[in-house]
Write a protein of this length. Structure first.
Lengths: 106, 106
DNA sequence: TGGCTCATTGGTAATATAACCAAATTACCA
DNA sequence: TGGTAATTTGGTTATATTACCAATGAGCCA
């Protein structure tokens, strides 16, 4: 395979990998409604602050969210709204898949 | 967090995780053009057959592709066309991100 | 300044992923 | 039936991911 083509697949995979975690999906969906500081997200998620911070750093690195420091707090915003369409398509597909499974069973 | 909500995030993450690999993205894009047998995909990818087979099993398990055996060969088909829209949105975002990076430098 | 809160970074251990080789399975055909 | 090709499965090793704790950095205010 072409080197440039490979690089493009790698770049896309990096972004998708950043989405590929339940906690980070929750973050994305919450940020799609409104911006949040790390502390709010930490409350919602119920994990250690450092864990949440690392998830956010990963999302930021992938270009999915952006951050802004205001006072002591850091607010995160969703930067890539098109991921939402995908997530809703995913939801639909999951429901369909479940229906199929059910049909197989009886 | 709610147990059911958590389960939904897990299910979505599973599908996205299945996409989160350069080789599997290549497979998805190729299958979006037409069905392919494992041997054809193996040629394109240039990895061991067993490696490709495992990538395909993962995609199938996630409900992204489906397979059909015809003779000795197994043909794979894309089952979730909406992933393509997402990939093109991703492409756009990557270009935008690159432009931003460039702007920061020069 | 000193102490408090919010957030990030470093370290470590447990788990998950991914590649290859080897072996097993399935279908075809001489 | 024996042999060959296409796939899958099992095993192993190297690497990546993730969670938590501890320590650090940054901003606020009494």
């Amino acid at each position: 395979m072409n080197k440039q083509t490979q690089a493009r697949y790698d770049a896309k995979a990096t972004v998708i990998k950043a989405m590929a975690h339940p906690t980070r999906l929750l973050i994305i969906e919450e940020l799609s409604k409104q911006e949040h500081c790390v502390c709010e997200l930490t409350d919602m998620i119920g994990a250690d602050t450092s864990t949440v911070s690392k998830h956010l750093a990963l999302l930021k690195n992938a270009g999915i969210v952006s951050d802004e420091k205001r006072g002591q707090m850091v607010f995160y915003t969703l930067k890539m709204p098109c991921v939402l369409k995908f997530l809703s398509c995913l939801e639909t597909t999951l429901i369909e898949n479940a229906r199929e499974q059910l049909a197989l069973v009886g």
